[in-house]
Design a protein around this ligand. Structure first.
Ligand code: HEC
Length: 152
């Protein structure tokens, strides 16, 4: 068994701080989707995020929205709702299932996120809460739709 003795207090806390900051660096990197890089000609094509990566970001945004709603933090609310609108517009081409129901749920999601951003701007907490619920229903409805299906 290997035991590391750090008898000096300062050394020990320096070690703890190093471990914590490495952990924070890891988490902050792990939280972000892979950056988009434009490769020089002749090299690998740029890496686009896949739908699962996009969804993890959506989940984080939705969680921050719930937090902001409960704390009446309109700035965070608006920022995260606007980010979801941008994500849903920018990732239309990524859509995994080209069915009518999938397209419909994607549109419902986008409209609910737009309403959420608008209500946050107006500082309308009730309107924002309803839009948040509509948006959450569309997350679950879309997932219910494609679950068990094969990709085209
Ligand atoms: C229009 C359809 C649609 C909507 C709306 C939608 N999702 Fe998804 N979601 C998908 C699909 C398709 C996948 C599977 C992606 C894959 O595995 O490639 C998925 C997967 C996920 C995953 C799993 C990702 C992983 O790591 O495998 C999470 C988490 C998720 N969605 C969160 C959300 C949240 C939160 C919302 C609403 C704020 C939402 N989704 C709205 C279609 C949708």
């Amino acid at each position: 068994m290997i035991r590391v003795h750090l008898s000096h207090r300062g050394l020990r806390s320096a070690g703890i701080i190093t471990v914590l900051s490495l952990a924070c660096m890891y988490w902050s990197v792990a939280d972000e989707p892979a950056p988009l890089r434009i490769a020089p000609a002749g090299q690998q094509p740029p890496q686009l995020p896949n739908e699962a990566q996009v969804m993890r970001v959506k989940l984080q945004r939705a969680q921050l929205i719930l937090q902001a709603l409960t704390m009446e933090d309109y700035k965070t609310l608006q920022e995260n709702a606007e980010s979801l609108v941008r994500i849903s517009r920018a990732t239309e081409f990524l859509r995994a299932y080209k069915t009518e129901e999938y397209e419909f749920q994607a549109l419902v999601f986008q409209k609910a996120a737009e309403t959420l951003a608008a209500k946050a701007k107006e500082k309308n907490i009730d309107g924002a809460t309803v839009a948040y619920v509509d948006m959450t229903i569309s997350c679950v409805a879309c997932h219910n739709h494609f679950r068990g299906r094969k990709r085209d």
